[in-house]
Ligand binder design. Structure first.
Ligand code: GDP
Length: 429
């Protein structure tokens, strides 16, 4: 059985925690898109970890962790992340890397940083991890696939020369940077070959066998629906699909094998990077939620940047769940809201005096004004509660209201960052 764990919002919904928790009963956990540009924060018996490239299932000795072909593979970063786990006493995880994954090159990161600097105030708020140049090259067919490291060196060198010719035009004339030297790029690739060799595998064939054996497989998404290049807030999106459907492609499995799509939904909103954010809040109200949010505040796991904050947006989340094809929802960080007297939920977008419920295309989004419904707060700490019935009534009402708005059954409620801080819930719909 394959289950996808994906974000229904802008990312940072707490997918890492849900994956880490569900990984206990899984055999294989796969990252299928994105790169080291976003982080999953996981707190378990070994300590607190911010994983960027490894799937969140690496902490169990019975699981196999896979980097699928859809991922932007930063090889030195991966090796560093594996070492950092070993240093903290985590048993050496079993890791496989798809021979069809493509390699993040240092010039992707350089070009990303140069372009952000060139755009200055008009930038996309990139993490400068090279993601956009990487995926551009993949689709322009000038990326390097892991398998090419193990092929004919002369063919590889020819390709390196071609890539350097193209990149050097930009580096010289647009960004005024030192030029790439083909010998150096080739040598770098040979270093990567040594580093990655122990992990390389035909992942699709491996998963084909695993599915035949009835193994439990988790697909772990990065970011969320609204950052998807097709269905998100283009162009303020990421460069690979964040949707569960892409899990089939980015891992190499048949789409019909994905039986369960768990959309992780945050009990309030947070976003990084630029782009319209209808239920955004500012000033002291935002600072308070930011400082109380997540585990130790809502600050980027990769960059440390303060996240933008907002109230729960039912319009965006309903759309986010729909586009993911969510079969169920895990509602996270609910404990954070216990300080509020009343909690606004954005239930509609207003344009020129008319209220709409459908999430619009980007050009309309920036003109939308939030329409709020206010629910009474529960004014107490809910961490430590393990059974749904023990949650305060106003808290259960808040969950019920969200479920009604998004129209997807909420089966899990997360009331703390730890692995065990989770409550199972019987949906009302
Ligand atoms: P991901 O990218 O979707 O995996 O999300 P993050 O790793 O950015 O998770 C957001 C933050 O929320 C992390 O610091 C988590 O430890 C924390 N977190 C996850 N679930 C909960 C929860 O239910 N309550 C609280 N307080 N923090 C949570």
């Amino acid at each position: 059985m394959v289950r996808a764990i994906v974000g229904a919002n802008w990312g940072d919904e707490g997918k890492g925690k849900i994956t880490d928790m569900l990984a206990e009963k899984s055999d294989i956990i796969i990252r299928f898109q994105g790169g080291s540009n976003a982080g999953h924060t996981i707190i378990n018996d070994y300590g607190k970890f911010a994983l960027h490239l490894l799937p969140s299932g690496v902490f169990y000795s019975h699981t196999t962790s896979i980097i699928g072909n859809g991922v932007a593979l930063n090889i030195p970063y991966l090796v560093k992340e594996i070492r950092s786990l070993e240093e903290k006493g985590v048993p050496t995880p079993k890791i496989l890397v798809s021979d069809r994954a493509q390699i993040m090159m240092p010039y992707h990161m350089l070009l990303d940083a140069c372009e952000e600097a060139r755009l200055a105030g008009r930038s996309f708020g990139s993490t400068k991890s090279g993601i956009a140049p990487f995926y551009s090259d993949k689709y322009a067919k000038i990326g390097f696939q892991v398998s090419e490291l193990f092929g004919d060196p002369d063919e590889l060198m020819d390709k390196v020369k071609n890539v350097c010719t193209l990149k050097n035009v930009l580096l010289e004339h647009l960004y005024h940077q030192p030029l790439l030297q083909p010998d150096e790029v080739f040598a770098e690739l040979m270093e990567y070959k040594k580093m990655i060799a122990p992990y390389v595998c035909d992942v699709s064939a491996y998963l084909h066998e695993a599915l035949k054996e009835g193994k439990n497989i988790l697909l772990e998404g990065q970011l969320g629906s609204l950052k998807d290049p097709d269905h998100g807030i283009y162009p303020m999106v990421t460069s690979s699909s964040t949707l569960a459907a892409y899990g089939a492609i980015g891992a190499g499995i048949p789409p019909y094998e994905i039986k369960n799509i768990t959309a992780v939904v945050k009990a309030y909103s947070s976003a990084v990077g630029a782009g319209a954010f209808v239920s955004e809040i500012f000033g002291d109200e935002a600072n308070e939620l930011r400082n109380r949010g997540g585990d130790g505040g809502e600050y980027g796991a990769t960059t440390g940047r303060p996240r933008r904050m907002g109230w729960f947006d039912a319009v965006a989340t309903r759309y986010g769940c729909r586009i993911q094809g969510a079969t169920e929802v895990a509602l996270t960080v609910l404990d954070v809201l216990g300080y509020l007297d009343e909690i606004p939920i954005c239930v509609g977008y207003e344009y020129d005096g008319r209220v709409e419920k459908e999430f619009p295309v980007t050009s309309r989004l920036s003109k939308a004004k939030p329409v709020y419904k206010k629910l009474p707060g529960w004014k107490c700490e809910i961490r430590g509660i393990r059974s749904y019935d023990e949650l305060p009534e106003n808290c259960r009402n808040y969950i019920n209201e969200i479920e009604k708005e998004i129209g997807v059954p909420i089966t899990l409620v997360s009331n703390g960052p730890g692995r065990n801080e989770i409550i199972e819930r019987t949906p009302l719909i």
